[in-house]
Design a binder for this molecule. Structure first.
Ligand code: MRU
Length: 382
């Protein structure tokens, strides 16, 4: 295991120099090992974890060692590769791989990337292939998905940059205030991030930007991950409690909201981390542009009604009753409500297309409307 203690003054440069990480990769010294960054430990410790089996991948997705729609897709894809390494002479290959696929897909229901990626790898295989070829092909497909997602984010960055540039010009160079929810950064997306790529590109171009980071209860992906990622790149940000966005928008302290997506319908309804919908309502009421930045691998082209057709993951009570943080060199968890409190813990919500100004995809920016999505991704419509 690779561990770096991220004490107050210690800094690691994730994306520059020799420390250039992506959030999942194959171990060069042992191709039977897939490595990931343990997102449960950030921002307090930087640790990598080794995944050696389908079960390891399932557990890493389930306990959110890895999280974020594109990353759980990539992890699922590597899971099929690891499943091929579990095959022996007694194995019914078809049954084994289909079971592994079902098992991995069952892990988290909302993000469409997981089933998309697992099925993508399966489609590259035929079950009568020699074992060596099965492994080689599934590995190639998993690596291809990673490369595709990296490139998707880069393109999203280029397109999203134009929006930020436009606002910056209008503000005559005053910082562009971007509000985001949860974490759609490079940790969630293998590299660059969907929401963060336009921000990085703007920052690199010398455009002053400032990010309002929603803490994103209950797991605090904003406070723990987005804040950490932005800090690593020297991008100015301010962490805010989840309920602050509306006030900031009324006070004209937000120029644009950009969020990610875990599943978007062919009609432009956006499923994203719980709380996104409330930000969209506030943005709509205040005439502030609200964009979702997402790769096409997060679009479910088979569905049209987000409210009726997207399964919202319900997570455990402990995430609501307890909060974890850093104390005395250790990550600790404390209860924040009376004992035996009953909770509701929906992981995602749906922002209807009518509240979404546009979608920033790898192919460009379009309205959140079926005609526009179809024009951009005509090959995906039947
Ligand atoms: O539950 P998570 O942390 O896996 O949720 C995913 C998210 O962080 C988001 O909702 C995100 O905005 C989309 S993934 C790039």
């Amino acid at each position: 295991m690779h561990i770096i203690n991220l004490g107050a003054r210690q800094k690691i440069k994730m994306k520059v120099g020799n420390q250039n990480y992506q959030s999942i990769w194959l171990d060069e010294s042992d191709p039977a090992v897939v490595k990931v960054i343990d997102q449960q430990k950030l921002p307090f410790f930087f640790e990598t974890k080794e995944l050696r089996s389908v079960d390891d991948v399932f557990c890493a997705i389930e306990d959110m060692t890895v999280r974020g729609a594109p990353l759980i897709g990539a992890a699922g894809a590597f899971g099929i590769y690891l499943a091929t390494l579990e095959i022996n002479s007694q194995t019914n290959i078809r049954e084994h791989l289909l079971n592994a696929a079902r098992y991995l897909i069952s892990c988290r229901p909302t993000a469409v990337n997981l089933s998309w990626a697992v099925n993508y790898v399966l489609e590259k295989l035929s079950f009568d292939l020699p074992l060596k070829l099965l492994s080689e092909r599934s590995l190639a497909a998993a690596v291809e998905i990673c490369e595709k997602e990296k490139e998707n984010c880069r393109q999203i960055g280029n397109h999203g940059l134009r929006l930020i540039e436009k606002i910056s010009k209008k503000k005559k160079g005053d910082p562009v205030n971007i509000l985001t929810h949860c974490n759609a950064g490079w940790l969630a997306c293998i590299d660059y991030g969907t929401v963060t790529a336009p921000i990085y590109f703007a920052h690199n171009k010398g455009i002053p930007v400032h990010v309002w980071v929603d803490e994103t209860r209950p797991r605090n992906q904003g406070a723990k991950l987005t804040a950490w990622e932005l800090g690593q790149f020297g991008i100015p940000y301010t962490l805010i409690p989840d309920n602050s966005g509306g006030h900031l928008m009324q006070q004209k302290m937000v120029d644009i909201v950009i969020v990610g997506s875990d599943r978007t319908t062919r009609t432009g309804d956006v499923a994203n981390k719980i709380g996104t919908y409330l930000k969209a309502l506030a943005a709509y009421d205040n005439g502030i542009p609200f964009y979702s930045a997402l790769p096409s691998t997060s679009i479910d082209f088979s569905i049209s009604d987000g409210l009726k057709e997207i399964t919202i993951e319900e997570r455990n009570q402990g995430e609501v009753t307890h909060i974890s943080g850093f104390d005395d060199g250790k990550i600790r968890s404390v209860r924040i409500c009376p004992e035996n409190t009953i909770t509701a813990n929906y992981g995602f919500d749906i922002t209807p297309a009518r509240l979404v100004t546009g979608l920033i995809t790898e192919k460009g920016i379009c309205r959140a409307a079926e005609e526009d999505i179809k024009m951009m991704f005509s090959d995906k419509f039947n």
